[in-house]
Design a binder for this molecule. Structure first.
Ligand code: AMP
Length: 116
């Protein structure tokens, strides 16, 4: 899928839409999800234009990937009772925003991974 630079996270990265920032580095932005599914729901996005996990893993530089994962890991490390990391892709994955992101969820028992 080609990257759509009008997606909402691209607009957040350009400063066109506000966000509640949790962490920001050279290559990564983390911010609170606008419609949280748990007491803590943080989105972590690369600043580069990547559609999903596979695009990021295949095409990002080693520096971007290290920066992204260390930033996400730093947030996860703050959730001593545990957390869940999710990344959706495409129609079957239920992806709404076509800019790669991790959801970090924490703050209560999160239940089964998926409804069977
Ligand atoms: P996904 O379905 O994996 O693409 O997740 C997209 C997430 O982005 C959803 O959990 C939305 O609540 C969240 N979201 C959409 N718009 C915003 C926004 N302006 N600020 C923060 N989170 C947003």
């Amino acid at each position: 899928m080609a990257y759509d630079d009008q997606n909402i996270f691209a607009r957040i990265l350009r400063g066109e839409i506000p966000n509640k920032t949790v962490a920001e580095t050279k290559h990564t932005l983390a911010f609170h999800d606008i419609a949280p599914h748990a007491p803590h729901h943080v989105l972590v996005i690369p600043k580069g234009a990547y559609v999903d996990f596979a695009d990021f893993a295949a095409n990002a530089s080693a520096e971007e990937m290290t920066d992204f994962h260390r930033t996400a890991a730093g947030i996860c490390a703050g959730f001593g009772d545990g957390y869940r990391v999710i990344s959706n892709s495409g129609a079957h994955g239920g992806q709404e925003v076509p800019h790669y992101h991790l959801h970090i969820l924490a703050g209560r028992p999160l239940g089964p991974m998926l409804t069977r």
